[in-house]
Design a protein around this ligand. Sequence first.
Ligand SMILES: [Fe+2]
Length: 274
Amino acid sequence: MKLVFLGDLVGRSGREVVLNSLEKIKTELKPDFIIANGENAAGGFGITKSVCEELFAEGVDVITTGNHVWDQSGTASYIAQEKRLLRPINYSNPQMPGQGAVSVQLKDGRRFIVMNVMCRLFMHENLECPFRTAENYIKQFSLESSQIAGIFVDLHGEATSEKKAFAIYLDGKVSGVIGTHTHVPTTDAQVLSGGTAYLTDAGMCGDYNSIIGMKPNEPLARFLGSTERKRMQPALGEGTLSGALINIDDKTGLAQSIFPIILGPHLHNQWPAH
Ligand SMILES: [Fe+2]
């Protein structure tokens, strides 16, 4: 099966480039499953019901998030009843609404598992161990089962070392691990020796003429020591699509290959052969 993952949608530029590209993705890449990280999709901070519904209607199967999941009011009540919207599985608060993983039935009857995990280095969140939490969760599934098409992890984190360590820890137990959160795509897409596809960061879907998706003025002022605090605003220029395609072996549930996807005006474009 083919999985397309799209990195953090940032603001309107991110939403528009994804919504405008989904038809091309579906026609040319023919994915069986599409996942997008939407934690910055609404005004650059958080996600709303209407944004989710728009993405679901256009073919996104599951939306993942991260540290900005609660930035919009209404997300807590929405996520409690929408299983296709995930928040990180390893938040320490056992009362937190929503789920960190979902099992979705494919057209052929098999199930595809998506998990959203958050790293701890430099993240300032109250989190359980991402490694052991993820390992414990996937114990209930076997990639070799004919009922399981694959297991995918959106690993939301800052530190490259922690992301790579996580992927090596679960190598051979999940189909793919792709990092999000830094909003910059890395060029290290590889299938690890145990068969897990890995990419340190998918990059963002958004306007790269920015500071990780935001208009430069306010973040730059803060770096320069400004004492004023204005709200950061997402950059509104044309967006670039950024993500990856993973081919998963139907027999083993492990990855056969991973290809970067970059399409848009800012970065060197990469589009998988089809
Ligand atoms: Fe984030």
